[in-house]
Design a protein around this ligand. Structure first.
Ligand SMILES: Cc1ncc(COP(=O)(O)O)c(C=O)c1O
Length: 373
């Protein structure tokens, strides 16, 4: 079957050339006579793959030596638990900035772990009151004493809200410059140049911009990892993972190899600066189609906070939304349904979604609005 245009929220589209390279090499990796799936993770062939993957992340982010790059398992949701598990000592507070559904989930999970550890969590700031997150205006609470970290989410995949875009809304960093900042960057990691200098630990599930699900990239200041407050179980300890070269246990070898290929592809696109320019143009094209539809398509998110990765919008009725989805599928455009918790339409424009796909989609949107508006 011909390849469809995949606008899914994650797992998202991957570059076709990468899928083809990996498929071609699956039975015989780099002329070694065996599959990457069969190679020992301690063998030279896979070690090279692993180290190149980590080095590419370092290179693409221009990371200094002060930072560690870890490739872990369990997806971003595991990080919701790992962060408090490593950094919340008894009596300490994990503070959360909640700007959407993923921030909420991180906070809830943090609370569960904190309860086990005799620690606690706090919503430091939230934009929930503002029409269910769509305005990035925060209600702040006074920080509780003994705050171990502040947790942020740089792109809210479900609500379509993104921070720190050029000319956009800045990440709501805590005013106290000494508080470590932890950031869930799952859905905009490596999608444009990003300044991680104020972030002690960032994590990203791979399945949006850089690879398959299950794999999670952690970029953290070594100092922060070394200062972990608790001794977490080995597989869940950043310090243990860092000490063992991020290979305490068997990594998901195929997922790492696919990620390596995606990162090489990303480098060919001009790195984060190159892909960032493309992503910016894609988002401009898509939001223009919404804004010029005379109200047929409505994006609820405040303009400055609109995500370049996930554009969410509504049509006049749920019935029209269903028709939009089925007509789009007939034109080979899939993955457009909004998250089941919010409904509507969501267009995810991750790195591997081409400009051509986005212009095809906007052409379809214009024609659909002309037919039904
Ligand atoms: C911002 C964000 N955080 C966390 C997650 C959870 O990721 P995973 O399913 O890899 O645990 C997602 C998944 O969509 C996400 O978009």
């Amino acid at each position: 079957m011909a390849r469809v245009m995949n606008f899914g929220g994650g797992p998202g589209a991957l570059p076709r050339c990468v899928l083809e390279q990996v498929a071609a090499e699956l039975p015989d990796f780099a002329s070694t006579g065996m599959s990457i799936l069969e190679h020992s993770h301690r063998g030279t062939a896979f070690e090279r793959v692993f180290e190149e993957t980590r080095a590419l992340i370092r290179e693409l982010l221009a990371l200094p030596d002060t930072h560690e790059v870890l490739l872990l398992q369990g997806g971003a949701s595991m990080q919701f638990a790992m962060v408090p598990l490593n950094f919340l000592a008894r009596g300490a507070v994990g503070a959360y900035v909640v700007g959407g559904a993923w921030g909420e989930k991180a906070f809830e999970e943090g609370g569960r772990v904190a309860a086990i550890l005799g620690a606690s969590t706090q919503v430091l700031a939230t934009s929930k009151a503002n029409a269910d997150y769509v305005e990035p205006v925060y209600t702040y609470d006074a920080p509780l004493g003994n705050t171990a970290y502040v947790h942020l989410t740089s792109n809210e995949t479900i609500h379509g809200i993104e921070y720190d875009k050029p000319e956009g809304v800045p990440l709501p960093l805590p005013s106290d410059s000494n508080v470590p900042v932890v950031c869930d960057m799952s859905s905009n990691f490596l999608a444009r140049p990003q300044d991680l200098s104020r972030i002690s630990l960032a994590y990203a599930g791979a399945q949006k911009n850089i690879g398959p699900s299950g794999l999670v990239v952690v970029v953290a200041q070594k100092q922060f990892i070394d200062a972990a407050a608790t001794r977490a179980p080995n597989a869940l300890s950043y310090a243990v993972q860092a000490k063992s070269g991020s290979m305490y246990n068997t990594p998901p070898t195929l997922a790492v190899e696919i990620t390596r290929r995606v990162l090489l592809w990303l480098r060919e696109q001009g790195g984060v600066a190159g892909i960032g320019a493309v992503n910016h143009r894609k988002a401009r094209t898509l939001y223009r189609a919404i804004d010029e539809s005379k109200g047929f398509y409505r994006c609820p998110v405040a303009t400055a906070a609109r995500s370049e990765m996930n554009a969410v919008f509504r049509l006049p009725t749920p019935a029209l939304e269903q028709l939009f989805l089925s007509d789009a599928a007939r034109e080979q455009m899939v993955g457009l349904a909004g998250h089941r918790s919010v409904g509507g339409i969501r267009v995810s424009m991750y790195n591997a979604v081409s400009e051509l796909w986005v212009s095809e989609l906007t052409r379809f949107m214009d024609a659909f609005a002309a037919r039904h508006g």
